[in-house]
Design a protein around this ligand. Sequence first.
Ligand code: FE2
Length: 270
Amino acid sequence: MNYDTYYHICRQSYKGPSSVTDPAEFYKDPVRIIPLDSFGPAYLETVNVLAEKVRTDFDSGECVKNDGIMAKHFNIWKFEEELTALSRFLVPHLEEHRYGCHLYVDKIYIYRTMPMEQRVSSYEWHYDNNPDEVVKTLIYLNDVDPSNSPYEYLATPQGTGVLGVCTRRGTLDWTPAPNNSRVGHLIPKLSERGFEPTKVLGPRGTTVSFVNNSIHRANPVLSGYRDVVNIRVKPTFEPSPTYVSPAWTTGFETSGVVNRDPEKAWATKD
Ligand SMILES: [Fe+2]
């Protein structure tokens, strides 16, 4: 089964609140900024607590591996309380307003981007090439301006995100992406047609939620630093007992590629 079919099935069984009347809505407007006041002060208080703990670890190198591309945190469970709290705000919002089905958190990345002479990896224009039904939400853990590595996405002339062509859609379609899903070579022509690279700037707590195949990149740090938490969700037919759990949520220690079988959902860690 492919993920789009599974998503439709998940929608049919979902009894929770939903403003998503047509599944086609999910695929429109793939990059969405969630307004800062959406979840009330407790959300931002949790972001503040997490941000201070994460900054301390990156400054000291505790639990951190720096691969020369970014500094990656290798123990998300140090922050289980804050990540659970943030997910309890974020995931129901996505269930109600983005998907109209149950979701669980399969991946959380915490990282600090870096200065970079030559763009490589996530600093190049790309899409992730997991199935489209996988959404990532970035939460900035410090204020971000043009100098400290804003997340950037490609927008249409109408201002909505743009999806790359996904080649990993489920058990029926699973092939490598052309050019390893790097699309920088297409940007100049698209710019001529009014497509616009758009940087997301904002204070600590700025939250941007995007279909993983939205064309995007990180920018190298010019000065300062940028810490983020990236919370990834997937549809599930059976609601999971908790959104986040060491039983089905992983970090940098395992591959970012989802299981090609959507029906495995939270029963598996990959
Ligand atoms: Fe990416």
